[in-house]
Design a protein around this ligand. Structure first.
Ligand code: AMP
Length: 253
């Protein structure tokens, strides 16, 4: 696997792939890779000639400083997982590479991004859309892969690409869960043993044909603190806190 740290080097390599008529698939991540991430790059490996994965913990999308400071990082293990999976290129930039403008130029969406997770996480989607736009411009992939677990993020990215006429297919991948139903997430590593035992009830309760009120009551009974439970686009979306850890999930209605 080739590891690349600068935008210029990646663009040069990308040019070579274009000249060789190779389809490039791209999977942006923030690392601490788990089977949810793996399902994305495995799909890309099947559908493309070359798969590029990026790992960049994007500080601008964290509205909470301590969430950023505590975000799990495990580059050595991630490199091992990527190599074993057969990923071709790892793009591993730092803040200066991605933000030569020091985040003075930004992408914003003024409607959907202000709902659900955007209601309480001020600036979150601005950070997400800006970094994804930058990464897509550097990597210039034919296809880019995003998880349904972050469904609002997926929709915003897909619509951003349409709105800005980007020539990329945004591919949606199903949520990968632990055997007990908990959606895999890098943040699950931050749960205490007891919180980890409680966490699967989030998905279990969210999946029940309850009213929103009843869903909220059941979650509160298990000790979750609710950010929101909302039905939209024929899906039920939820965000809850378990101790300090924020969990999100969504299910088809
Ligand atoms: P992250 O590293 O959390 O920024 O996630 C990188 C990509 O992996 C995003 O497109 C996420 O939606 C996706 N992803 C994260 N967890 C899962 C999961 N459990 N199942 C499927 N995709 C996931």
């Amino acid at each position: 696997m080739i590891i690349i740290k600068t935008a210029d080097e990646l663009k040069l390599l990308r040019k070579k792939f274009i000249e060789a008529k190779k389809d490039v698939g791209f999977v942006p991540t923030m690392g601490a890779l788990h089977s949810g991430h793996k399902s994305l790059f495995q799909k890309s490996l099947v559908e493309n000639d070359v798969t590029i994965v990026s790992i960049f913990v994007n500080s601008t999308q964290f509205n909470d400083r301590s969430d950023y400071a505590n975000y799990p990082i495990n580059i050595e293990k991630d490199v091992e997982i990527l190599e074993q999976s057969g990923v071709d290129v790892l793009f591993l930039p730092n803040y200066e590479v991605i933000y030569p403008d020091n985040y003075n130029y930004r992408i914003n969406e003024y409607l959907f991004s202000k709902t659900l997770c955007g209601r309480t996480r001020e600036g979150h989607f601005e950070g997400v859309l800006t970094v994804v736009m930058k990464l897509l411009n550097i990597v210039n992939p034919k296809r880019a892969y995003f998880g349904e677990k972050d469904y609002q993020q997926y929709l915003l990215i897909k619509n951003m690409c349409q709105s800005f006429f980007l020539d990329v297919d945004i591919i949606k991948c199903p949520t990968v869960r632990e055997v007990d139903g908990l959606a895999m997430s890098s943040r699950n590593l931050l749960l205490t043993k007891q919180e980890r035992e409680t966490a699967p009830h989030f998905y279990k309760i969210l999946s029940q044909p309850y009213t929103i009120k009843k869903t909220e009551e059941e979650l509160v009974n298990f000790g979750f603190i609710i950010d929101y439970i909302e039905d939209l686009h024929n899906r039920r979306f939820g965000a809850v806190y378990l101790g300090k850890v924020r969990l999100i999930d969504n299910v088809k209605l």
